[in-house]
Design a protein around this ligand. Sequence first.
Ligand SMILES: Cc1cc2nc3c(=O)[nH]c(=O)nc-3n(C[C@H](O)[C@H](O)[C@H](O)COP(=O)(O)OP(=O)(O)OC[C@H]3O[C@@H](n4cnc5c(N)ncnc54)[C@H](O)[C@@H]3O)c2cc1C
Length: 364
Amino acid sequence: MDIALPGIELKRDFSLKNHNSFGVNSTARAFVRVTSEAQLFYLPELLSRYSSYLLLGGGSNMLLPDFYDGLVVKIDIQKYSLRESGKDVLVNVGAGVNWHTLVSDSVKRNLGGIENLALIPGNAGAAPIQNIGAYGVELKDVFVCLRGMDLEKGELKCFDLAKSEFAYRDSVFKRKWKDKLIISELWIKLTEANYHQPNISYAALKDFLIQKNIFQASISDVFNAVVDIRKSKLPDPEKIGNAGSFFKNPVVSEEKLNSLLEEYPYLVHYPVADGLTKIPAAWLIDKAGLKGASKGPVGTHNFQPLVIVNHGGATASQIVDFAGWVQKCILNQFGILLEPEVNIVQSGENDGLLQYRPHSGNGA
Ligand SMILES: Cc1cc2nc3c(=O)[nH]c(=O)nc-3n(C[C@H](O)[C@H](O)[C@H](O)COP(=O)(O)OP(=O)(O)OC[C@H]3O[C@@H](n4cnc5c(N)ncnc54)[C@H](O)[C@@H]3O)c2cc1C
């Protein structure tokens, strides 16, 4: 154990087993925990001492290698404040704040806007990276701005909604700024209950509320419904290792959709933009007979086949092999290449863990 830089303790050969929701045994050559924005100013110099580094939040959207040959930076900035402005409340939150704690706290305060995003694992700082979304709401719907450290320039930078370029499971932070910006805090806009119109546009949520005879849903009704639905469908990473949806839902062209519909008239699909259609990856995996399939300690979940689970003791390469096999089956049957949503972290020296990469494109 050394002091890397003022106030930052560096740990060597650090176990990441409790820092990733897949629960894989992973070790980092070096590890630091950053707890304040002031410490971020020291990071460019520290990072320059390593050939590779990894920015880590709650570790719920990544698959870590057995050994990470570099520096892991855990961003753990805890901060929370509220500012009322008429019917809106501006919430300022540090990157290390647990996302679900933020949601439940907002619901307790009777503030609306993120109740549909209950029970998404991970921290607030990672929420903008893939523009987290669930049950008809995305982070972008409440996002105001964020601040982070530009690691190349060593200065703080702000991004508003327009600069963040949010899209489905995507943002500028996932592409141009990946590993170049450490998000330190964000601002979101919530609404006082009296002025908030809960979003129950998502069919499964609406049906659930109707079954409970709730026709005028409050913020906490929506929150409780989302929690109940998620608990009934998704494996709890505390009990069974997983990183949520392993693949993104593919988007296909009209031509591809028509050819699929000829063969699969009951194909589930949703229009997303001119001539483009989204197909639930879970439907494809289920239709291919892979729901609940497993190889050794890795499998698809029995209720939600889009979630790949670690039944116990799986290594990153076993999980990647299994994911590659699922990709191959879907490509062979439907001619669609599923893209991983989970961040597959390389060891710092190897390249291309996901071995099955036949060709790109979904005919879109
Ligand atoms: C059971 C389960 C259910 C899930 N359900 C959903 C869902 O419904 N919707 C959804 O969108 N996602 C879902 N996810 C995925 C995951 O929870 C989200 O992507 C979450 O935002 C990841 O947060 P994290 O802190 O764990 O990020 P990590 O996994 O630690 O990191 C994810 C990425 O963000 C980067 N990163 C993390 N923090 C920072 C930072 N402060 N600055 C810069 N880069 C950073 C990392 O380098 C990495 O590239 C689910 C996951 C699980 C396990």
